[in-house]
Design a protein around this ligand. Structure first.
Ligand SMILES: Nc1ncnc2c1ncn2[C@@H]1O[C@H](COP(=O)(O)OP(=O)(O)OP(=O)(O)O)[C@@H](O)[C@H]1O
Ligand SMILES: [Mg+2]
Length: 251
């Protein structure tokens, strides 16, 4: 059982025009085995929240706390956060030229576990996860994300999550750009990992479609750098029907 607690988080970035505050007091608690969906308009700070938790150097935490099982996450390096069990599937996964998927996964697994995975079970695990995600085995020898289609990149993110077995997974628009079959396959992957490892999931999305496959326990509406409203799955339906006007005119 793990808990990620975000309290009154304020985050800013340096821009040519000066310091810009993006997160303006985020409160959020994620327990193992729960799915939290975050929905909200473009530019409201959802990816900034994801990056800030993962430790991206561009984002400066000006106040607030993030803890994982009581440990101060903000004090940790990016590597330490990953080792502690925080996983981020980025909205725009980056290419890693010269590094094959197979090498990348093994290196990441070794770094996170502090020891190399046992070769026989590891090869089997990779193969079976790739098969579950309908990824051709030839992907293992391709360079990470190089020439991957949008959907292939997203499957690769889920493959990483499945093999690295984090405590808390942040999935930033893992559903965007997926065709209907891929959406189902990726969703099943998330559900499978959740059933197997009891991971807590922060699912950033614009669409209720994925929430038909991955049922959220909580839905948070993110507006202008903070949580404007929260509720259960029914809140997602309401957002789909009504949009965000209600929140924006209040501001
Ligand atoms: N490195 C940066 N430099 C300047 N501005 C930034 C930077 N990162 C984020 N921002 C700004 O912060 C705001 C929030 O961006 P963010 O990517 O977190 O939004 P988002 O909610 O994920 O949007 P989307 O739904 O479009 O993915 C935007 O106005 C964005 O331009
Ligand atoms: Mg984003």
């Amino acid at each position: 059982m793990s808990t990620l607690v975000i309290t009154d988080l304020h985050v800013s970035v340096e821009t040519p025009e000066g310091t810009k505050e993006i997160l303006r007091g985020v409160d959020l608690t994620i327990d193992s085995g729960h799915v939290h969906a975050i929905m909200g308009p473009n530019g409201s700070g959802k990816s900034t929240l994801a990056y800030s938790i993962a430790g991206h150097p561009k984002y400066t935490i000006t106040s607030g706390t993030v803890t994982l099982d009581g440990e101060d996450v903000l004090e940790m390096s990016v590597d330490e956060r990953a080792k502690a069990g925080i996983f981020l599937a980025m909205q725009y996964p980056v290419e890693v030229p010269g590094v094959s998927v197979s090498n990348f996964l093994r290196t990441a697994k070794t770094a996170i576990d502090g020891e190399a995975p046992k070769l026989r079970t590891w090869v089997k695990d990779v193969k079976s996860s790739m098969a579950d995600l309908r990824m051709d085995s030839s992907f293992a020898e391709r360079n990470v994300n190089e020439g991957f289609s949008g959907g292939e990149k997203k499957r690769h993110e889920i493959l990483q999550m499945e093999l690295l077995q984090p405590k808390i997974a942040i999935l930033d628009e893992t559903d965007s750009g997926l065709d209907v079959d891929a959406l189902r396959i990726v969703s099943e992957g998330v559900n499978r990992v959740k059933d197997k490892t009891n991971v807590g999931v922060l699912l950033i999305t614009h669409y209720t479609r994925i929430l038909n496959y991955i049922t959220p326990d909580f839905v948070h509406v993110f507006v202008d750098g903070r949580v404007a409203e929260q509720g259960g799955p029914e809140l997602a339906e309401r957002l789909e029907a009504e949009g965000y006007d209600r929140y924006l005119t209040k501001a």
